[in-house]
Design a protein around this ligand. Structure first.
Ligand code: ZN
Ligand code: ZN
Length: 224
């Protein structure tokens, strides 16, 4: 089934509305999508978002399966995310992302610190942040595992860490996110785990959705 499990709308940093994105997905031929707008602890629009998603689901009933999700960043090494305190976790598909690398002391390591001199330390911090997800069973999926491609590109350890977290948290899914370079993980890996891989475009507009559609189709050939 052709799907896209990572989409943004104008509720966070996307350009188009929920309805516009859903219509575009349907016209492109998707059978299943999931909205995953960015939330943080201060987000206050979740109930409005949910209502609009429900209305959209009704509109596309029988034509397109529409999931209700959110994307949130990992904030420590214990699997905690930057989520509103009152979020009803069971209602949402929770997609966790390592957008910034937690330092394990309540802060984040800044992007420009990632250089040859301290790469080993930063890789460890990333590893602990990912493995920490084993402590949070509410997380449904790890977003774009290869977004720190630059940091890992000459490393053989990366795939081992991903295999470890998938083993530790057996319900965790992983994105094949076509916005990023997924070659850090081998073809063998992707096809081995295909039952737990979600195709994702990370589109922030209908234009991006259309532009990335062929990549999703291409990747789907060996993953699903
Ligand atoms: Zn992200
Ligand atoms: Zn995203």
């Amino acid at each position: 089934m052709i799907m896209d499990m990572h989409l943004h709308t104008n509720y966070s940093d996307g350009k188009n509305s929920i309805l516009e994105m859903a219509r575009c997905a349907f016209e492109l031929g998707y059978k299943r999508i999931c909205f995953t707008d960015h939330v943080r602890s201060t987000t206050s629009w979740l109930s409005e978002y949910e209502k609009e998603l429900d209305a959209c689901r009704k509109k596309f009933q029988g034509k397109l399966i529409i999931g209700k999700g959110i994307e949130s960043k990992v904030i420590d090494w214990k699997g905690n995310l930057d989520l509103p305190a009152d979020i009803q976790k069971e209602k949402w598909r929770i997609v966790a992302a390592i957008h910034r690398i937690p330092d394990g002391k309540g802060e984040f390591i800044s992007r420009n610190m990632v250089n040859a001199n301290n790469i080993a330390i930063i890789r460890k911090a990333w590893e602990y942040s990912v493995l920490g997800l084993a402590l949070n069973p509410s997380v449904d999926c790890l977003a774009h595992p290869t977004n720190w491609y630059v940091m890992w590109k000459d490393s053989a350890e990366f795939e081992g860490i991903i295999r470890t977290i998938l083993k530790k948290q057996e319900n965790l899914q992983l994105e094949y996110n076509v916005k990023y370079d997924n070659s850090l993980l081998s073809h063998k890996f992707w096809s081995e785990y295909k039952g737990r891989i979600c195709m994702a475009s990370d589109s922030h507009s209908v234009q991006e959705m259309a532009d990335r559609y062929y990549k999703i189709k291409k990747a789907g050939l060996f993953i699903q």
